[in-house]
Design a protein around this ligand. Structure first.
Ligand code: GLY
Length: 585
């Protein structure tokens, strides 16, 4: 019997042809029904909204963003409110003591970005984390306030609201302050972090006072109130961002610095400015990608990975076959080699952005790709040096409003709970972002990314980042808002989410949940999540010259929104790898 195949919203329906013969008028309503997008997704999104959606690393924070959308705020307002809420609900990464990046696409198609990355204090120097013999003392750039860069989040959110928001500053901060004051039930992620990192966090008095009442980790489901943080948020709400940088909060930060051997002064805080910069934009097959430029290396590396992958018939390769993993790893390692050689703070060095993201450059870079063999890491090196080490504990959130404005934010205090030190009397943790600088040439940072010359420490400079908040359009219509935590793994996570959607036509939940691989040039290995590749595939890759290593941990956590082109509904999908929440209406 012959069959006719009809694609019914990502699933295929086979209809027996003899049955159709002569019965078409009768069967027409059935056929039309099959063409309707009835939600037969392979995996359901976590929330679907007709108007707006917020997906973040915490459900309470997403709901606060949603409340702002419902009250008539736009996506920028909701993003600012969600950012402040995460400082209360996700202390491992949400923050006012760190920094980040915001990518914006307004409903009229205008794109821009807000850079609120931390900066090195004026007293910082190239060798500040080396001992007398020129050897690195890793604790200095990771543990304690010498590791802290001048925080950028508060001025970043203020700039975004001033230029693109619609609601009052106080309105956007009040829900976070209320939550800090009234408290919330401790969730599993926070509780288990506090058990696991007890030795690290209890070292610091103000931190211990917040998270270890009676010297014990906050219990699961215990009511967690943060009165000092609530008071700080209320001061910022009442007096504006300048309060954080020049007022009482600034004074508390500097007092903490002086008490614990940090460098940040009142002048460093007062001089900090967030900066609006143009987005990095490029096409990948039939979609257009809008992402973050320097001082993030994320957007450029994302462009390089996808531009190289475009030279391969990806859909033709079996998903996670040796050929597929080989192509992804080869594209990734070339992009990461360039990250080390070329990328840093654009206010200090000239970054050849347009050249690096061009198709011509991708073609040249791909010139020595072999379908058969892995290219050794040393052969793809560009410039002086190789990769650096970065932390995984950033957080990402995505917002879309009813007008079609989209905001993608990735924010961090770098390591889990930053440098471990909370500001006494102010109730928030400080970052250890200085570790993202090149501490010593060719050294690996916390994320094993290799440090290059453009990212050497200089006073006032922003440290190179991998954060890659990203927005994707198709036919000029909003399609995807995404991003991830994960240090260098952020970039490869975002690349795989986009490729999964575009090349393999996965739905958003599949695209996010699919296991991931990661290659960052150095170390010259393909890392995979557990259960990603079969033994046969790993053996095939080994025969090609790859070293494949299953890691215990996860790769990324892409909290995303997909916009259904059929009806413009927003599909919120969080990454099951971490605590997160989607809220739409
Ligand atoms: N601290 C991680 C990053 O900025 O990439």
């Amino acid at each position: 019997m012959g069959y006719m195949q009809i694609k019914h919203f990502k699933t295929y329906v086979l209809l027996p042809l003899p049955l159709l013969r002569g019965r078409l008028p009768l069967l027409l309503p059935l056929l039309l029904l099959l063409l309707l997008p009835t939600g037969s997704l392979a995996r359901n999104p976590d929330a679907v909204g007709r108007r707006g959606m917020v997906v973040s690393g915490n459900l309470m924070a997403s709901r606060i963003g949603l409340t702002i959308l419902r009250r008539g705020g736009n996506a920028i307002d909701a993003a600012v409110a969600t950012g402040f809420a995460l400082a209360v609900t996700e202390p491992r990464a949400g923050n006012i003591g760190g920094g980040g990046f915001m990518v914006i696409r307004l409903a009229d198609g205008t794109t821009t970005t807000i850079d609120f990355r931390e900066r090195a204090p004026a007293a910082a120097g190239r060798d500040m984390y080396l001992d007398g013999n020129g050897q690195i003392v890793p604790e200095l750039s990771q543990d304690g306030v010498l590791a802290t860069g001048v925080p950028g989040s508060v001025r970043g959110y203020a700039l975004a609201r001033e230029k693109y928001g619609t609601l009052g500053w106080n309105t956007l901060i009040a829900p976070a302050a209320d939550l800090a004051e009234n408290g919330y039930a401790v969730g599993y992620q926070l509780h288990s972090d506090l058990v696991e990192y007890e030795d690290f966090l209890k070292k610091y008095e103000a931190t211990a006072a917040i998270f270890y009442p009676k010297s014990r980790p906050l219990r699961l489901n215990a009511l967690f109130k943060q009165p000092d943080l609530a008071a700080t948020l209320r001061r910022i709400a009442a007096d504006g961002a300048d309060e954080f940088y020049e007022g009482e909060t600034a004074g508390l930060i500097v007092r903490q610095m002086n008490a614990s051997g940090g460098l940040i002064t009142m002048a460093d805080l007062a001089n900090y400015q967030a900066v609006e910069r143009p987005a990095v934009e490029f096409d990948y097959r039939d979609v257009h990608v809008i992402t973050m430029g320097p001082p993030s290396g994320g957007g450029i590396a994302l462009a390089q990975i996808l531009n190289q992958l475009e030279r391969v018939d990806v859909p033709d390769l079996g998903y996670h076959s040796a050929g597929h993993v080989h192509a992804m790893a080869e594209a990734q390692k070339r992009a990461f080699a360039d990250r080390t050689a070329y990328l840093g703070d654009p206010d200090f060095i000239k970054v050849p952005v347009q050249e690096l993201i061009s198709d011509d450059y991708a073609a040249r870079r791909w010139g020595d790709f072999s379908e058969l063999w892995a290219t050794p890491g040393k052969d793809v090196a560009n410039g002086d040096l190789a990769g650096a080490y970065e932390s995984e504990y950033t957080t990402h959130f995505s917002v879309v409003d009813r007008h079609g404005n989209a905001v993608s934010v990735t924010t961090t205090i770098n390591g889990l709970y930053g440098c471990g030190v909370a500001v006494a009397g102010a109730g928030f943790l400080l970052n250890n972002e200085m570790d993202d600088f090149t501490i010593k040439l060719a050294n690996r940072n916390m994320w094993s990314l290799v440090g290059g010359v453009p990212n050497l420490i200089e006073p006032g400079k922003r440290m190179l980042s991998s954060m890659t908040p990203t927005i994707v359009t198709r036919d000029d219509k909003l399609m995807l808002v995404t991003g991830s935590p994960g240090g260098g793994r952020i970039i490869t996570t975002v690349a795989q989410v986009i490729s999964n959607l575009v090349d393999y036509e996965m739905d958003i939940k599949q695209a996010i949940d699919a296991p991931r691989i990661h290659h960052q040039w150095l170390p010259d290995i393909i890392q995979t999540e557990r259960f990603t590749l079969s033994r046969e595939t790993r053996q095939q890759l080994a025969r090609m010259g790859h070293v494949v290593q299953e890691r215990d941990g996860i790769i990324g956590a892409a909290n995303s929104i997909y916009i259904d082109p059929a009806n413009n509904w927003k599909h919120g999908a969080f990454d099951s790898r971490r605590e997160a929440g989607a809220a739409g209406y």
